[in-house]
Design a protein around this ligand. Structure first.
Ligand code: SF4
Length: 227
């Protein structure tokens, strides 16, 4: 699977618009902004196929939205936090402009990205939550390692761990690259592959400088779309 799997008119729309799967209000379920009421803007399309993906419904379909209309819909919900997610939001070139406009509107903006695409053009006011794909994801080869030197204290890196071998792979990477000195590092268990208790015990035993996280929205709403 490669980036060509997303139709070119979606990747590079000639108009100031984006293909959107859903815009909804919920609680942020993960990363540093966990627990805040947040508007989610879920962009359509992803060039990856992680084996544990829980948003495959965002791979196809969607509706074209003008950027002005997205801004108005976000504002209508009346909260300070907005999260641009997917799919892989950066697969649509116009995402960069949307992020800038959301920041200009005075919102607290985060971006959830697979780590496979260049994050260099993202507005520096955005908090980037960058996945690092482990071997157990089946998409390790998609990691864009050139992104790591671009991370700042505003950003976070996130590992979803599918096994003890994944945990050891991630531990080695964090320590070798000193990722924890660059930004917050988040470790999550892949549902039904590693138990939360197992992962918590491994982190504590190793005194690893990472933050364990459960996906709050899954505990509350059990993966319902739009939650
Ligand atoms: S990058 Fe995210 S949306 Fe894309 S396949 Fe992986 S988990 Fe699913």
């Amino acid at each position: 699977m490669n980036a060509a799997a997303i139709p070119s008119e979606i990747v590079q729309s000639p108009l100031d618009r984006l293909k959107i799967t859903e815009i909804f209000l919920s609680l942020q379920g993960e990363a540093d902004a966990a627990g805040w009421p947040t508007v989610f803007v879920r962009l359509t399309g992803c060039p990856l196929r992680c084996q544990y993906c829980d948003t495959a419904y965002a791979f196809h379909g969607g509706t074209w939205w003008e950027i002005e209309d997205i801004l108005a819909e976000v504002a209508r919900h009346g909260v300070r936090h907005v999260c641009v997610t997917g799919g892989e939001p950066l697969a649509q070139k116009r995402c960069i402009g949307l992020l800038q406009r959301l920041c200009d509107a005075g919102l607290d903006v985060s971006l959830e990205t697979s780590g496979a695409l260049d994050i260099g053009a993202v507005d520096p006011r955005v908090s980037r939550v960058l996945d690092i794909k482990t071997p157990g994801s089946a998409e390790e080869h998609r990691n864009r390692w050139e992104n790591l030197p671009l991370l700042t204290a505003r950003d976070q890196v996130k590992f979803v761990l599918c096994s003890r071998a994944d945990y050891e792979w991630a531990r080695e990477l964090v320590l070798r690259e000193a990722l924890h000195q660059r930004c917050m590092v988040l470790f999550s268990p892949s549902k039904s592959e590693v138990t939360p208790r197992e992962l918590a015990d491994w982190i504590v035993a190793d005194r690893l400088p990472v933050r364990f996280q459960m996906q709050l929205h899954k505990l509350l709403w059990n993966d319902e779309p739009g939650r």
